[in-house]
Design a protein around this ligand. Structure first.
Ligand code: IPM
Ligand code: MN
Length: 356
């Protein structure tokens, strides 16, 4: 029997509540499909930081490297200045574990409301491959004459040929595996960012031409992509883009697929340890009330299972998510018609009941 080591970082706010439901689904799935796992909890987050002044101990990253996957709830605490936990925990793990892909499916499931009129599950089903370790996220830049009238702030976008190319290759391979329209769209801004996206565009066509002749290549500026994600989401199969554009367009994507209660993502190192998370925040005001929607966290668990190679298990869990969604009255906190843990029970029950 296959066995996996899962590091669980429940994190802040409602993170622990939603992660508990994902773990419930995982337990049901392991029984149903026949794999085993060990999990270990880590308490990194705002409370620990306020108690100890430490975001991630130096030993933590090496410890986390020993796991097959990391399952993260949410990072963000109302009493901690914005940036400290995000940089100290989330971004540090992405960088140090070299999780160079942020994979964010934008898929509208049946019975999930979308704000887009006349569009349904047929039209909203694409995947964003976001570069996850470069761009403006590296922290390159600085201040000059800070606090004076002559102050200058520079924030640079770092794009390495190697970093861009490995992201593009992942996206091409993913498009091929997904086998939907076999179209990969590069999302950039070649009309203004004439260095960064020049490199991206050249690498895109070189790599595509040389090794992915079966994949259609398409290019659009990020602003046009925002427009089309709303107007014609059915145009997209897989979108590949840099870190910041990917950050922004996937929040738009989350909204058209039913909101933060459902959107999940994976921080992937195809050669190393990957980390899976619901893409919404810690929603502190709902903490401990058993009202938050755990579906995004359960979706993150599904991505984790799939990435671990348990494809049959991932398909069973997705079917359980779909059947549970049919029963919910709404997606927002307190709107589901069920509590957080009841939604988890429904999913776990559907997994257990899935026919072989
Ligand atoms: C996300 C988040 C993070 C990001 C923040 C919390 C640093 O918005 O995962 O999309 O910008 O990547
Ligand atoms: Mn974001």
């Amino acid at each position: 029997m296959k066995s996996y080591k899962i590091a669980v970082l429940p994190g802040d706010g409602t993170g622990p509540e939603v992660v508990a439901e994902g773990m419930k689904a995982l337990a049901a799935l392991a029984d149903r499909v026949g794999f085993s796992y060990e999990s270990a909890d880590f308490d990194f987050g705002g409370d620990r930081y306020l108690r100890t002044g430490e975001t991630l101990p130096d030993s933590a990253v090496d410890e986390l490297r020993q796991f097959d996957a990391i399952y993260l709830g949410a990072i963000g605490h109302p009493d901690v200045k914005p940036g400290i936990l995000e940089k100290g925990i989330l971004l540090r793990l992405r960088f140090e574990l070299d999780q160079y892909i942020n994979l964010r499916p934008v898929k509208l499931y049946p019975n999930v409301p979308t704000p887009i009129k006349d569009k349904g599950p047929e039209e909203i089903d694409f995947v964003v491959v976001r570069e996850n370790t470069e761009g403006i996220y590296t922290g390159a830049g600085g201040f000059f004459k800070k606090g004076t009238p002559d102050e200058i702030a520079v924030q640079e976008s770092i794009n390495t040929r190697k970093g861009v190319e490995r992201c593009l290759r992942y996206a091409f391979d993913y498009t091929r595996r997904r086998n939907k329209d076999r179209t990969l769209t590069l999302c950039g801004k070649t009309n203004v960012l004439t260095y960064a996206f020049d490199l991206w565009e050249r690498a895109f066509h070189e790599v595509g031409e040389a090794d992915y002749g079966d994949i259609r290549r398409d290019y659009a500026h990020v602003d046009a992509i925002c427009m089309w994600m709303v107007k014609n989401p059915e145009w997209f199969d897989v979108i590949v883009t840099d870190n910041i554009f990917g950050d922004i367009i996937t929040d738009l994507g989350a909204m058209i697929q039913g909101g933060m209660g459902i959107a999940a993502g994976g921080n992937i190192n195809p050669e190393g340890v990957s980390m899976f998370e619901p893409i919404g925040g810690s929603a502190p005001k709902y903490t401990g009330r058993n009202v938050i929607n755990p579906m995004a966290a359960i979706g993150a668990c599904q991505l984790m299972v799939d990435t671990l190679g348990e494809h049959e298990g991932a398909a069973i869990l997705e079917a359980a998510i779909v059947s549970t969604l049919q029963q919910l009255k709404g997606m927002g906190a307190g709107e589901m018609g069920y509590s957080t843990s009841e939604v988890g029970d429904l999913v776990a029950g559907a997994v257990t009941a899935a026919s072989p």
